[in-house]
Each structure stands twice: as structure tokens, then as C-alpha cells.
Design a protein around this ligand. Sequence first.
Ligand SMILES: [Zn+2]
Length: 389
Amino acid sequence: MQLVLHNIDKVLSGSLAEPVLDVDTIVVDDGQITSFDAGSGSGSATVIDCKGMTVAAGLVDTHVHPTLGDYAHKQQSVGYLERMMHGGVTRVMSAGEVHAPGRFDADSALAIAAGAFYSFNVFQPAGMKVHGGAMLFETDTEFAHIDRAYEIGMRIIGEVGIGSLKDPVRSGELARHARDLGMTVHMHCGCTSDRGPGGDAHPHFSADDVFVVQPTIASHANTFASLSDDDIDRLCGPEGPPFVEIVQAGGTRSMLRVVERLKETDSLHRLLIGTDTPTGYGVTSLGILKTIGDICSLAGVEPEIGWAIASGQGAAAFGCDGNVIKVGAAADLVVLDASLGSVEDTATDAIAAGEFPGVAVVITDGAVRVTGSLCTLRARRVADIDVAA
Ligand SMILES: [Zn+2]
């Protein structure tokens, strides 16, 4: 089954190395991008006339807390992952199934994470790719639990500090074991979100704690009850972890400080963008789009750079080569435009101004999943989709 997108004005590739591609056609065969040559389309293709809109790599949310199915226990919200697809997010990364009830020790933590891993390996809400199964560290977690998670295929450790294990020294031993296996380790920064017993034992995770644990990602460095400015600067410095994450469910001033510190040292390749969905703040279907607009309009990041950070870079931090537009990549694509009625001319102008662009079409694995976002404003132009007979 072939899909051809043509009449494209601008392509945001999702790669920091070459964030804008000068092509006006994308040809997809069996879910993979095979060519940018308009002549390579066959007569039996589904054709999308993009009417001069922008086509971009699908977005990645590096920080969600799924449970099982498309249900957010924390907010009693059904269908929230499907709605994130309407915000251009085609892949999400679990930071721990922390809201799933009944986790009380290392065995149950492994079992709950494994359940989410197996389930989301098959279940794709509205075509979204969900990397579920981020095991949490508990007070009785042993290397053997991590080894078993790795054997199953799990590659993410949920946020250090939100399981029952609060001790940074022991967490660091486990985190380094997981990273040595090739797993990506999140670590909660700032005040604990733990409502039960245990949170009061270690109510704040500082830069010092991150340096002890040595995770892959300093998660939500702009947490609502923030790290100190000095701690943010240390995490963003050369001795900090490979990635520093900002989230929509966090403070704006501290978010901008993270971005500015990384930008001034040419280190935006260390920035990740998540939402922390769901939190007490809510489920934020447009949270990634909002954060891209924030860092572009308030911290001077160019829209194509902001988009690359929130797509290909987010996938790469988890050892995944998706969410980029290149020959051979999965066709996970977003067609977008300035909103109908906006004073801006293009999607990238809108992003630079901090506006929501209008999402017109969302595609994963070459299949059209969304036509006309139910969450953004309407795109100014409407793509014509001619479905192959
Ligand atoms: Zn957290």
C-alpha cells in the first residue's frame, strides 16, 4: 500500500543535524518512507495534497504515566492517549506505571511494568506507539528484577524516587546496573509527589541526588515545586546527566532557565520535552505543542530546532530511531498549518509566536489516523485526501 504526500511547503525532519528538508513530496511504501521523488509514486497510491502546508516528524512525549489501556487513573480520564494523537504526538515513553493500583514491592512493580510492556507492544491507541513498562525501584528491588525486566524486552526504568526506594545511594547502584545493560533511566527531580508513607523520608530530590544516582535523564527539571536555580545550572552543566527534561506540568520560569542554560552552551542536544501526563494538573493533549511554542517564543529556539528536540531527539534518548523524516524511517508524520484566522502565515511562524498550529493530518506507519484535529484550532488549509481504490 503506497501513500504519497505532495505539494508540501516545508518539511521539519525531526533531526537536529538537518532540521529542514528541501523536498515537496514524500513517498511511503508499506509504512516506510521510501523516496522524496515525485516520480516514484504508483497509480494505486493514496494521495494527500498538502496544499502548501508543513509536514513534520511525529512528536514524542518523553514523560507519561500510563497504566493499562487508554485510561488515566490519576484523572479518571478515558481516551487521553488518542487525544494526544490529535496534538501530533505519535509516540510516548513511560516514566513509570506509578498510578496503577496495587504495587507494594519489587515483585509487584516488575509484574505491573511487564503487564504494561506486553500490552502496549500490541495495543496502539489510534495508532500511537506507547513504550509502556518502566519498572520502578522499590526498597527490595535487586539486580535480578532488572535483569528479568531486560530479558522480557523492557528498556526503561521509571523515575527513580517515585517507587518506595528513596535512598539515592542504593538507587544509584541499581540505576548504573540498568544503564550498563542499555536501559534508559528516568529520575524524578524536585519535591516528591508521593502521597503515601515514604515520601516524607526523602521529600526532595536535588542536583546532589541526581549526581549520586547518575540516571540517563534528569526528569522534569522544571517541576512545579522547583529545583533551586543553582541546581538547574548544575544539571545543565557539563557534569550533568546525558539528558535534562522539561515538562508542561511544571514551572515556566524554571523551564526557560533549563533551555537558556543548554542553549548558551550549544547543548540543546541534551534537552527533552515531556508532559508528565497525567498529573494533578491534568491530561494535556496539546502539552508538547504548547511547550515547543513556549521555548520558541520565550527562549529564542528556532521552530525547526524545537520540533526536532520534541521528535527525533526524544526517540533517540530511548535508543529508538523513529520520529525522523528520512528514507527508511517509519512514516510517522504530522501535516500542520497556521490556524484558521491566525495572523501568522505558516505553522513555523505560528510556533515562533507561541501559538498552537492547526494539526490537519496525523499518520503513523503510513496509515492516516487523524484528519482535522479535535484538539487544536482548525488548520487554515484542508488537505485533500484521495484514497486509493
Ligand atoms: Zn516525577
